[in-house]
Write a protein that binds this ligand. Structure first.
Ligand code: C5J
Length: 219
């Protein structure tokens, strides 16, 4: 069941394909969250909500597998490398009190997934301390145990956690398809280049398509 994609059709096998939503967390997406507090325009990320919602509804309706991730750290920050804390420092940094609790700390309001895409019972939620969803998590084991070989990867942000995770997945043998309307960046140029990097050189890390094409295949 091929899905129209670039650089060529994605060989969709629904029974072994999972939808992986990356870091659709309140702190990245909500006005008044961490991202907004740093001066970012969250509308650039929020445009992914409606297409993700449509895709998630159709995916759940088809009875296919769904997984979610959340980027964040233990409250004592014991899993936060010094390099991650000291780099990417702005007015606020990881562990500081932010508009919706401590920034990127597990259990805080801003760390939670936005209500629009909230996980349902039975959908795995992977807490990840890094940008890639495979680093220091059970994701690979869960996917192998569930017989998953392909991933539809959505979420934020395109050039950071989406790109890192697609590259990690590719190295572990997963075929990844990224619907361009379901991933977002605070930086339009990174959105464009992040997608180009995935599909370049004959699909060096994966495929890029649009959620409409996946919805058509699900019908
Ligand atoms: C994600 C980030 N999720 N940009 N994190 O992309 O720091």
């Amino acid at each position: 069941m091929p899905i129209a994609a670039e650089p060529y059709a994605f060989p969709f096998a629904p029974e072994t394909c999972a939808l992986l939503l990356l870091d659709m967390q309140r702190d990245f997406l909500e006005p008044g969250g961490f991202g907004a507090a740093l001066g970012n325009d969250v509308s650039l990320l929020r445009r992914t909500l409606a297409p993700n919602r449509r895709l998630l509804d159709a995916w759940r309706g088809a009875g296919l597998q769904v997984l979610h991730t959340r980027e964040g750290h233990q409250p004592d920050l014991s899993d936060l490398p010094e390099a991650k804390k000291t780099r990417a420092r702005s007015a606020l940094t990881i562990g500081d009190a932010g508009p919706m609790g401590r920034i990127l700390v597990r259990g805080e309001a801003g760390h939670d997934i936005i209500p629009e895409l909230y996980p349902q019972f039975g959908e795995a939620v992977i807490d990840k301390p890094g940008k890639g969803a495979f680093y220091a998590t059970d994701l690979h084991a869960i996917l192998m145990n569930r017989g998953v070989k392909q991933l539809i990867v959505t979420g934020v942000t395109t050039e950071v956690c989406v790109n890192t995770t697609v590259r990690e997945a590719n190295d572990r043998g997963y075929d990844c398809l990224v619907p361009s309307d379901c991933v977002g960046s605070y930086f339009p140029e990174f959105q464009e280049m992040g997608l180009k990097m995935i599909k370049a050189q004959g699909g060096i890390f994966g495929w890029v398509s649009h959620s409409d094409k996946i919805l058509a295949a699900l019908k």
